[in-house]
Ligand binder design. Structure first.
Ligand code: AMP
Length: 283
């Protein structure tokens, strides 16, 4: 496994891979890797000749009062995990390389970037689409692997890829959860034992909504109201949003007549967590 820290070296390596005619798969991450990330790496390993994983805590997707400075970073541990998964290249550039002084160019998916997390984290998705575009230009992957855990990110990146004719296929992998249902997240490391218990309210609220859906309810307002009741029971968790939207456009829907995304975000203590499930009336 090669650890690459400069854009130049990454480009040279990608050129070599392409000149061999090999299929290059990319897994973009911010590090602090867990089984959720590794499931993406395994999917990439299955479907690619060469697997690259990027590790970059991207400052432009954090708000001024968010956790950029304290976000967990452990490149050595991450590289150990990736080596065991037979990853070929880890790309871990510096912030200065990725954002040279005076950088003022952004990639924005308008409208969609203001929905769900975009509403409570202004500029977040602009940071995500900008850094993913940069990674696509530098690494030139044939396929990129993302987690359904960040469902809005998936929809926004897919729209960007379509709108800008990027020659990359986006693959989406299922959410990996702890045995009690909590979605794995690098931010779970912030939770103290009580918060860890409270954090389950996100998944519980989604399950309540899903159970009502399974009993035939198709009115999003009723499903949302049921999900919200779970939050009323737990004062340690503060709901940011619980919404039901079209998974492709992220627009609200008034009746569930096709696949729908139930997405939740909440603060548990100071930690902001997200989760989602997809319901499908045709299944
Ligand atoms: P991050 O390092 O948080 O930016 O995440 C990198 C990638 O891993 C994103 O595509 C996430 O959606 C994905 N990911 C994070 N947590 C999970 C999880 N629990 N299950 C599946 N994929 C995940």
């Amino acid at each position: 496994m090669k650890l690459v820290k400069t854009i130049e070296e990454m480009r040279a390596l990608s050129n070599t891979v392409h000149s061999r005619g090999a299929h290059l798969g990319l897994v973009p991450t911010m590090g602090a890797l867990h089984e959720g990330h590794l499931s993406l790496v395994r999917a990439a390993r299955d479907k690619s000749d060469t697997v690259a994983v990027s590790i970059f805590v991207n400052p432009t997707q954090f708000g001024p009062h968010e956790d950029f400075a304290k976000y967990p970073r452990n490149l050595e541990r991450d590289c150990g995990l990736l080596e065991r998964e037979h990853v070929d290249v880890v790309f871990a550039p510096s912030v200065e390389d990725m954002y040279p002084a005076g950088a003022v160019t952004w990639v924005t998916v308008e409208g969609m970037s203001d929905r769900l997390c975009g509403r409570s984290r202004p500029g977040h998705f602009r940071g995500v689409t900008t850094v993913v575009s940069k990674l696509f230009h530098i690494i030139e992957p044939d396929a990129a692997f993302f987690g359904q855990k960040d469902a809005a990110q998936v929809a926004i990146i897919r729209r960007m890829v379509r709108d800008l004719n990027m020659p990359v296929s986006s693959e989406v992998c299922p959410i990996i959860r702890e045995s009690d249902g909590l979605a794995l997240s690098s931010r779970n490391a912030y939770l103290n034992p009580n918060e860890r218990k409270s954090a389950l309210v996100l998944y519980r609220s989604l399950r309540r909504a899903q159970e009502l859906f399974d009993r035939g309810e198709r009115d999003p307002a009723k499903l949302i109201a049921t999900g919200k009741q779970e939050f009323a029971k737990d004062s340690a968790a503060r709901l940011d949003y619980l919404e039901i939207v079209d998974p492709d456009s992220l627009e609200s829907i008034s009746k569930i007549s096709k696949r729908a995304l139930i997405a939740v975000a909440a603060f548990v203590g100071n930690t902001r967590l997200i989760d989602n499930i997809v319901v499908d009336p045709e299944r």
